[in-house]
Design a protein around this ligand. Structure first.
Ligand code: NAD
Length: 475
């Protein structure tokens, strides 16, 4: 088996390696998962919930090694601890909501009172999960947990860029015997991911649009459903009369969280002419006060870039923007220090849609601000994108901003704040618009239903129709 060398984002060294599993390896895991899944599904929801909650306890008690490895993978500590907490939260939340979501009451059919009817659910036996490097743990489980609750076994392939947490995480899964071959973590890159798509019964993918398109094509060939959670280019529109300080703080929090390596980060800002200059100044002042984290991944507000190649993409977007007339007000291109690649918070003005900085995903801590003169112009600009993940609107009040928000072609719009969909995990639903994804909402407890097929059971408690029906139904 070939292996993949893994770069340490804090030192730049290739100090870890993983197996690049091929189709034969994945085939063996899928067979074992398919066999184990039968008992997992037949055991019922109570059995599955008990095993998953036992795993959540194990993560609670023995998750420190997972967090330590994830901190090396991502060069950040606090967010790694948050990722573990989020997975524990997903387990508790989906287990709590599942009895309601998966309830299958009998009922009479109104049009045929003799017929009793019920829908039962049959999980896809093996769900493949392929995840990216920006939140390696959370994005490996945000969809896997509802699939498991539904009764599927999962084969999960985290990104080859951030795989150190896999080994300690496997140990926590092994501590719960009921999860053997039900949660399988595999390692590898594109060929491993492709093998998962080819051999699973459904696939859920979080990553870039180009890879998502390849996966959709492969899933169509394999004739399986693909749930795609892809990239974004979230816009924030700051309407006349908005609170500039509030908007600046909220935009920066979204744009700079995890050094901007977030699918729903604000990546472009449209500011009304009346407040554009004040907003830029506020963004500059607040962003200039933020600090780099220390070598332990603690302290400060942001860490080095996780994926070296992303920094090169960001640099190229900044070069392109500056060559077309953009001005860098704060920050700038990447800087290499002791092997780590840093990009400081960067505010850019005089931007327009001829620049890749305003049209392609940046995935870094860059805040480009463009001026607009009226709401119609703002509407045209915010929707002039192939992406439609989410966005934000700031205005003088909820009503004005909310009215404008209904025009945004995106699956989640925050009003007078950013990133609000994050707080609705089990309560609300949202779907990605345009090329930001496909396949129903991962938000809301009902996302469990993505992983089941519906089997209608119908019992006739009256007389069967006579053969005269054959004659009656003749045309
Ligand atoms: P990527 O598309 O390069 O890779 C994602 C995963 O796909 C990796 O595990 C990779 O090994 C695998 N892969 C690559 N080629 C494959 C193939 N042909 N078949 C199967 N699997 C394959 O994305 P990335 O660079 O790891 O992550 C960044 C991207 O993820 C950004 O576009 C970001 O917006 C997106 N993202 C989206 C969300 C969301 O919820 N919508 C969340 C986080 C990240």
């Amino acid at each position: 088996m070939t292996s993949i060398a893994v770069r340490n984002p804090r030192t730049g060294e290739l100090d870890y390696q993983i197996d690049d599993m091929d189709a034969a390896h994945i085939g063996a895991f899928v067979s074992a998962a398919r066999e184990a899944q039968h008992a997992w599904a037949q055991g019922g929801l109570a059995h599955r919930t008990k095993a998953l909650l036992a795993w959540a306890d194990e993560l609670e008690k023995n998750g420190a090694e997972v967090v330590a490895a994830l901190s090396v993978d991502t060069a950040r500590h606090r967010i790694s601890a948050e990722e573990l907490g989020a997975v524990i939260h997903f387990i508790h939340g989906f287990c709590e909501h599942a009895p309601t979501v998966l309830a299958t009451p009998f009922r009479k059919l109104e049009a045929h009172p003799d017929v009793v009817f019920k829908v039962t659910y049959a999980a896809y036996p093996v769900v493949g999960v392929i995840s990216p490097w920006n939140f390696p743990l959370v994005l490996s489980f945000i969809d896997a947990i509802p699939a498991l609750v539904a009764g599927a076994a999962v084969i999960i392939k985290p990104s080859e860029v951030t795989p150190r947490f896999i080994e300690p995480l496997r140990r926590t899964i092994e501590a719960v015997p009921a999860l053997a071959n039900i949660i399988t973590l595999v390692t590898g890159g594109a060929q491993t991911g492709a093998a998962i798509v080819a051999q699973s019964d459904a696939v859920v993918f979080t990553g870039s649009v180009p890879t998502g398109q390849k996966i959709a094509t492969a899933a169509a060939q394999a004739f399986i459903p693909a749930f795609l959670e892809l990239g974004g280019k979230d816009a924030a529109v700051v309407l006349a009369g908005a609170d500039v300080v509030r908007a600046a703080t909220s935009i920066l929090r979204s744009a700079l969280y995890n050094s901007g390596q977030v699918c729903y980060a604000i990546e472009r800002v449209y500011a009304h002419d009346s407040l554009h200059d004040a907003l830029v100044e506020e963004l500059r002042t607040q962003a200039a006060a933020l600090k780099r984290s220390n070598a332990a991944g603690d302290g400060g507000h942001y860490g080095p870039m996780i994926f070296e190649r992303q920094a090169a993409i960001i640099d190229a977007q900044l070069d392109d923007a500056v060559s077309k007339g953009a001005s860098i007000v704060l920050g700038g291109k990447s800087e290499r220090i002791n092997g780590a690649v840093w990009i400081d918070p960067t505010v850019v003005t005089n931007v327009d849609h001829t620049m890749t900085l305003m049209t392609e995903e940046t995935f870094g801590p860059i805040v480009p601000v463009m001026r607009f003169n009226d709401d119609a112009e703002a509407e045209r600009l915010m929707n002039d994108s192939m992406f439609g993940l989410s966005g934000a609107v700031f205005g003088p009040d909820t009503h004005t901003a909310g009215d404008f928000a209904t025009k945004m072609e995106a699956g989640g719009v925050s009003i007078n704040d950013t990133e609000l969909p994050r707080v609705m995990m089990f309560d609300g639903e949202k779907t990605a618009f345009k090329k930001s994804g496909m396949g129903g909402s991962r938000y809301g407890a009902t996302s469990i239903m993505r992983y089941v097929r519906k089997r209608a059971l119908l019992a006739n408690e009256g007389a069967v129709a006579s053969l005269e029906k054959l004659a009656e139904s003749e045309i």
